[in-house]
Design a protein. Structure first.
Length: 232
């Protein structure tokens, strides 16, 4: 009698536990459907965040993620004969900032700059990443040079107007950035390696010309152009 009672209780407990699990799954499913409009989205390579493609400090994509994206976007651009632009960005006098305020403050500066860059981008296709150290990069599919210039100037202005103190960066003594732009026309056969090199050359010219400014690579003369997009 006692053994029969224990066996029956164990069986009932098993049914009860199974029922609870099923109920919990139903609740979780309903919550998921409410969050995703009733559509089940399986966890796949495309939907699951990849920690190897994210910069842990700034919480934006890293250089590896950028290189994967730019390769695929340039292939699409070539197929569809659409323009594409690249903006290379560097925080001005960042080593001096680290020396003056310490590496912890330098990390915070990188985080703030990264979010300022990211928040200026409005289209889902626009892609920014930390390229290395204090350098960032932006990929702008379906974007001609003139539109890229306007965006670059907005980013430059947004960083400057945050007025993050930088006592080693005259004449404004706030954190600023320099930007270099290169772009392809819709019929261009330029590779992404070439455009990256051109944007880096334009960035170098921005730093040479006084920093806190935007420079454009002049594809006609294979050199950065004097475009006058500097701070006021």
């Amino acid at each position: 009698m006692f053994q029969h009672y224990e066996s029956e209780r164990t069986h009932n407990d098993l049914i009860l536990n199974t029922t609870r699990v099923l109920f919990d799954n139903i609740v979780l499913t309903r919550k998921w459907n409410a969050m995703h409009g009733g559509v089940y989205v399986p966890v796949t390579k495309e939907t699951q965040p990849n920690p190897y493609l994210n910069d842990p400090l700034t919480d934006i994509p890293n250089r590896r993620a950028f290189m994967e994206r730019i390769e695929s976007e340039f292939k699409r651009s070539a197929r569809e004969k659409r323009p594409i632009s690249v903006i290379m960005i560097d925080i001005d006098h960042f080593k001096l900032y680290n020396d003056a305020y310490g590496h912890a403050a330098g990390d915070e500066c990188l985080k703030i700059a990264a979010q300022a860059i990211k928040n200026t981008l409005k289209r889902p296709a626009d892609f920014c990443a930390r390229y290395g150290g204090e350098e960032f990069v932006i990929l702008l599919p379906d974007t001609a040079l003139d539109a890229a210039c306007l965006l670059a100037e907005n980013i430059r202005s947004n960083v400057e107007t945050m007025k993050l103190p930088h006592k080693e960066s005259p004449p404004l003594y706030v954190v600023t950035i320099s930007l270099g732009i290169a772009a392809t026309a819709g019929s261009s056969t330029a590779t992404y390696e070439t455009v990256l090199r051109q944007s880096d050359q334009a960035l170098y010219m921005a730093k040479q010309n006084g920093r806190n400014r935007v420079e454009i690579f002049d594809i006609m003369h294979d050199a950065p152009a004097d475009n006058g997009l500097a701070n006021g």
